[in-house]
Every structure is written in C-alpha cells, then in structure tokens.
Design a binder for this molecule. Sequence first.
Ligand code: AMP
Length: 429
Amino acid sequence: MKVLVIGGGGREHAIAWRVAQAPRVREVLVAPGNAGTALELRTRNVAVAADDVAGLLKLAQAEQVDLTIVGPEGPLVAGVVDAFAAAGLRCFGPRQLSARLEGSKAFMKNFLHRNAIPTAAYATFTRDSFDADWVRAQRAPLVVKADGLAAGKGVVICASTDEAIATAEAMFAGRFGPAGDTVVIEEFLDGEEASFIALVDGAHVLPLATSQDHKRLRDGDQGPNTGGMGAYSPAPVVTPEVHERIMREVMLPTVAALAHEGAPYTGFLYAGIMVMPDGTPKVLEFNCRLGDPETQPIMLRLRSDLAALCEAALDGALDRTSIEWDPRAALGVVIAARGYPDEVRKGDPISGLDEAGDLPGKVFHAGTALAGGKVVVTSGGRVLCAVGLGGSVRAAQQQAYDLVQAISFDGMQFRRDIGHRALDREQMR
Ligand code: AMP
C-alpha cells in the first residue's frame, strides 16, 4: 500500500519512519517532509505544503494513495479530512467540526463544562466583554490563554492578577494575531502533567503508551513555554489507577459527548492532563493530533503496524484491535536552533548525523532541509529530536544524550535534564 503523511516536523518523521517499516507498505509520501524523511528508506518527500488542502487532495488522487495520516493540527482545522472523505479517500484524523476541540480553547472549555468533564475553573472574554475587576477578584497565579492556534505559545502563566490583566490586554491588542481575539483565563493547577493520547474511531478509544513532555525552554522547567523540548514514554505519574481514571473520567465521556453532539471523533485524540496530588485527572487541553515531541519516543516503542491501526480506526473496529509496545522506556531530547522559541536563524549546517546514525537509538529530524540536495542544514526552531531506548529511564536518557553529543551546529540549544521527574521516581523506588 501507499501512505501519505501530511506535515514536515519531528512528529511526521517519526510517523513516516514507523509506517514505512510494515512490509506491506510499498512507499510513504511525506508532504512536505524534511531532510530526515528525504533520507529515509521507502519514503519520498513531495513539495506540497501541509495546509494546502486542494494540493494535498490532488496529490493523493494522482499518486493513488491508500491511506493518509495527518500530522499537524492546521490542515485538520482547515478541513482536510472532510475534503478527502468527500472525494472517497481514506484520511485518518478528525473532521473540521471535531477539530475545534483544539482549534478553539473557549469551545473546548465550554464543551468540558457542559459535559461535566474535569478541568480548571475558567472564564472567557473578548476585548468588549473583558472584566478587569473579575480578574482582580481571582487568586493568583492565573493562566491566560489565547483562544486560537498559536503554535503552543499562546499560554501565559501569570504570577499576579495585574500581570494577567496586562497579558489579556496584550492578546486583545494582537500579540497572537486573531488567535487572541478571545481569551480564556483559568485557575492555575498545581500537579504533574502527562500526555494521554489515544486512537479513536468515533465510538471506541484505544490508548497509546503514556508520555510526558517538557514545555519550558530551560533546565529545571524554567524559561518560556515552547512547543516542547523533550519527552519520554511511559509517564510514571500515570499509574494503573490514574490510567483507569483518565479513561473513565476524561476519554470515554469526551468521545461519547462528541458523538452525542453530532461531531463524532475519529483520529488521534491527545489529552493534556494535569494529575492532581490526589490522583484526580484534569484536562488542560485537547489536541486533535499526535503530540510533538511525544510521538518520537512513542513511535520508538510502538511494535504494531501503525497504518493498520489507523485503518482499524477508520473501520470503527478499535474495540477488536490491540496494540503492542516495547516494554522499555524511550526518551527524546529536542535540539533547537539559536533564538528558539523566538526568531531563529536558518541555514546552519549540521554535523555528526552520520556518526549518530551508527549509535543505538534514533535521531528524528524536525526543522531541517537539504541544501543543494546534500548538506543537512537547520530550517526551523526545533531542529532534531534524539531518542534513546533503555531498560530504565536513566538508560534511555544516557542513550539519547550520547546521540546529542555526536551532533553539532552553530547555536544549538537543548535541555540537559529531560526525564528528571521520571528519574526522581525511579530513584525513589
Ligand atoms: P495548553 O496549551 O493549554 O496545554 O497550555 C500549555 C502549558 O501551560 C501546559 O502544558 C501547562 O504546562 C501549562 N498550563 C496550561 N494551563 C494550566 C493550568 N490551568 N494550570 C497550570 N499550568 C497550566
């Protein structure tokens, strides 16, 4: 079969790499892909942008693609699955109506609220309805979120109510473009985060291995929020009891409510969960796709055929489908360009990729390009994700950092403490 993967980041490299390993998959097209997918066996980049829905449809028809897997949220929110379905093509992801769960935080919070699914207390405002006195009456810290898509950066944790007011006003003034026309202000939750991602077929939920990412730029979870600086799987905070509660209190009611409200959900459903000290799970966010960088360690652990799992979901057969995992831990360290998460420099040559290729583990590309068809250069904020596997988190971490050591480019930055929470737990045992 022929599979098309939409996107060009680290998540898509990991998806394409995993899909290409199934013997029945003849070729994987990646639109637009990166230098990593360009160099992968049985994988071919196609120069169509991830948000060019009409171009993607034309490509899938011309290439007679059997299955399309959508990586990023942009095309989902733009309705790529609806367009493919209307043309009779199999495309795995939620339809536009259900993708609003990620596309609008205000929609998501209201959805959770009316369905009694646990989440932080909140209020939503536009510039006209903004009530600074209401904010002053709340207890800090507060979390201020731009309603729309802002590449993981539209969330600001404010230590004081004055800061929250200033942040909301900056959003109304256009700091995140139209994404900030509506703002959600919510209670700060003090717990431990985990990423809970599942395959959903409209009715059934098949969970993937749990994971945890590191959103802050610097060691010790300091510095600004980013798209994610590293991740590992499994997440020890998700004990069997917490897992059961997330399924019962969050995933199953969410999928049932979406179907009940006329927007049945098919695709990867990612719940960002805050696990409170008493084990109660609260929803921080929903994403309508796999996480980046969580996907990279998850794909290293996945033993099942990913294309077959997506097909089972499209057939509504997840209740009759199982999934197999490498029991070892996987840990990925993101290597970012100078200046990330702000403006970054592009075009720096990357050295050491061949040496890293000879080491155990796997380096997934994100913001990379092939200059002159040969030299791998930086072309985005997050450049690479080095993933290690090991019998313990410590061993997986060692393998990942050995890969990082082999690689260099001017201005590269990475965290040195990815996995620290899991390591703390490992040491407590
Ligand atoms: P979001 O995109 O809504 O998941 O927010 C990005 C990050 O901000 C989350 O992964 C958390 O680390 C943090 N965050 C968001 N909402 C809250 C909250 N209510 N309390 C504490 N931290 C939060």
